[in-house]
Design a protein. Sequence first.
Length: 57
Amino acid sequence: MDEKIINRINELSSISKERQLTEEEKYEQSTLRKLFIEKFRNNFKSVLDNVKFVDKK
């Protein structure tokens, strides 16, 4: 699913460089960006939660 989201965000970005996005496309782009950022943050938090610090003293 992440790949589809990224591809669609990129597609909308390319379209916006050629012409102005419709209101529907702008809404879709905004929604997809928020979804992507939310997934990214959750994934990053998960990675950080699994980091173990080792003190070699």
